[in-house]
Design a protein around this ligand. Structure first.
Ligand SMILES: [Zn+2]
Ligand SMILES: [Zn+2]
Length: 118
């Protein structure tokens, strides 16, 4: 895999938005509905300790993002407005959740099927 494809160069998530956009190093423009990002929060509190990550439908008040904090060079911590901040989303994982028009048809996340952490 092209290492640039898992490097986030810009993140746009205006306050109040329901969708975050991530520009990837290979030029890909990623689209991330917050419902999906929250539903696929990979933390143990949301997911338990099983290998695959399942979609867990979030409540309406859980869809606002406060900020994104980079964790080392491999992941982003998403801090949600309701205070939930234990989800570490590796760039590889985030890339696999992309819902742009070219990815949405092929992504397991689009059909809310379990996705792998890797
Ligand atoms: Zn979580
Ligand atoms: Zn995409």
């Amino acid at each position: 895999m092209d290492p640039k494809s898992t490097k986030a160069v810009a993140i746009r998530s205006p306050r109040g938005a329901k969708v975050t956009e991530i520009d990837w190093g290979d030029g890909h423009k990623g689209t991330y509905p917050h419902e999906l990002l929250r539903g696929y929060c990979p933390c143990a509190g949301c997911q338990g300790h099983s290998g695959e990550i399942k979609f867990i439908a979030p409540a309406a008040h859980q869809l606002e993002i406060d900020r994104f904090d980079p964790v080392g060079r491999y992941a982003l911590q998403i801090v949600w407005f309701d205070g939930h901040d234990t989800g570490l989303y590796s760039y590889k994982y985030l890339r696999s959740l992309c819902q742009c028009t070219s990815c949405a048809g092929t992504s397991d996340a689009a059909g809310h099927r379990p996705v792998s952490r890797a």
